[in-house]
Each structure stands twice: as structure tokens, then as C-alpha cells.
Design a protein around this ligand. Sequence first.
Ligand code: AHM
Ligand code: MG
Length: 332
Amino acid sequence: DHNKLALPVGTTLDRFIMRKQEDFPYATGELSQLLRDIALAAKIVNREINRSGLIDIAGAYGNRNVQGEDQQKLDVIANIRFIRALRNGGEVCTIISEEDDDIIQTGNNQGKYVVAIDPLDGSSNIDVNVSIGTIFSIYRRISPTGREGGSADCLQPGTHQVAAGYVIYGSSTMLVYTTGNGVNGFTYEPSLGEFFLSHPNIQTPKTGTVYSINEGSSDSFSPGVVAFVQQCKTEKFSARYIGSLVADFHRNLLKGGIYIYPATAKTPGGKLRLMYECNPLAFIVEQAGGKSSNGQQRTLEIEPQTCHERCPLFIGSKELVEQAEALLAQEK
Ligand code: AHM
Ligand code: MG
């Protein structure tokens, strides 16, 4: 019962995390600390993003940090910041990051958690001032503590997630997350350096009139996807596609709609990554009353084979995802 402690709009994220922890009498507070570590890194990354247009200028007048990180691309910077925060926090043994081919060992072998993260998604949008995001997923490790996490700890299905969330760096910066008791959204107040509860207990509309898909690839869509897109047009839906997964997802979560990244000729297995793009958003959408699938199977039940594997994604309002699945089922 996630309304045991209904906290008012305006509650700070730290206080919210603390109070929610009291709902679980035996919780050790490590997950809470981990969420706070992520929020802190998000603030740092937010600051970097807001001055991204100034990086070259800052370099020109010599204001460089010792690691030379100011010269790196923002997605690399974001990766460094999040990994550093997770390493320093101590709760995480192993990390999967979109920016690293290999799994990352933090050295915290007592850490009970594994994190999968896309530190800065939609990075092609940075240079043109369009919203971007961070997506993360948290699992409890399976192997005993005292040694490094292994592939069994990393390759867990999405149903095992203990928490997941995203940060959207948009017209305002927000952090939205779930620990499996509903979804809550927090808006960042930059002058105070705090996230405040702004969207308590988010429920996504059962249906919607927005569809989000890159129709540039429609020549290679499967017949079911073609039929669904045609249905959206017949029903006079609005097409909305930012090309930044977090931003497209966030809009549809609040307003209703469906986001699709299907198999295409260029990306026959889909483009988006199961572990740190699809699963965290699938957990959130389900907690908000929506649905996510690869067209045939519930996203959260896919058994991952590799850390960076891709899958098709149909995510959003329950009715729309079900309609798309029904049309895909008719393909055979
Ligand atoms: P990235 O991880 O390389 O940034 O790619 C992921 C992005 C998503 O944010 C977005 O939804 C999708 O790629 C857009 O792809 P496309 O340009 O093929 O439509
Ligand atoms: Mg990405």
C-alpha cells in the first residue's frame, strides 16, 4: 500500500526517500542511500548540461578541471559522474553502462546492488538543445557479497528490478522513479539545488491520441506495425517524435500515448537496449498503469542474454500497446 504515507507536493526528494524507507521496517537504508547518490550525480550532470554550450568557451579561457573532463563529450562526462557517485556511495558492486562495453566493477564487493544505466540518452540531441535523459535500473545482487558481481548478477530479467527511474533534462529537470510502490516525479529547483515532489503517484492514461515512432524507417516495418500506424492515422492521432527516448516516454506517460521502436532493416532486433533503456521504463510504465512489450512478450519477462542486447519496444498506454500487439499477432 503505497499510500500508507501520502507525502505532500513540495516534499524534498531526500525527505521523501527517507520517509518511504520507514514503510519498510527492516530496510537497512542502503537502497535509499543509493537513490540519493543517483540524485546527486543527476544534479551534477544537470549543471554540466546547462553549461554545455559554454564548454568550448570555458576551455578557451583556461577554466579546465584537472581530469580534463571539460573537453570530453557530455555523454562521457555523464558516465564519469554517475560511475563516480555509485563507486563512492559503496552500495553498488557492479555497473552496466551504455558507455562501457564491459561490466564495471566498483571495488565495493560488499555492495548488495547492481545498477544498469544509460548515463545520457539521446546524445545526438545535445548539440541542438533538445531534451535528453538518464535512465537507470537497480537490482539486488544474487551472488554472495565479498567478491565482485558476475554476469548472473547483471543478467536478471526486469521483473527483478527493485527500483528504476529516469532524469529528464528538459525545460525543467525532473527525476521520476519507482521502487515498485507507484511512480513519483520530482522537479529540480536549481537555485535551491533540490528536487521537490511535483508529480505524486503518477498514473498514465489508459489510452491516448499520440503515437511516437520514427516513420523514416516505415519501408521496413513489419505488416503489424504498418497496420497499427495506419490505424493511428485513421483515428487522427497526433504524431510526436523527439528522438530522445526519455522525453518521448515522459510526455506519453503524463498525457497518454504509445512509443514504438520496432525492428527495422537497419536495426533488425530493435535499437533500444533491454537492460538500461527498455526495462527501467517498462517497470515505471507498469507501475503507472501502462504496458510495455517487445510486440509479443512483456518486456520485463525477457531473459537477458547479454548486457547490451537490444529489443523492440512498444510502450505506453495499456490499450494502445494491446492494440499494437493484436495487430502484430495477426501477422502470422
Ligand atoms: P542513443 O542511446 O545512441 O542516444 O540512442 C537512443 C535514442 C533514443 O533516445 C531515441 O528514442 C532513439 O535513439 C531514436 O532513434 P532514431 O533516431 O533511430 O529514431
Ligand atoms: Mg541510449
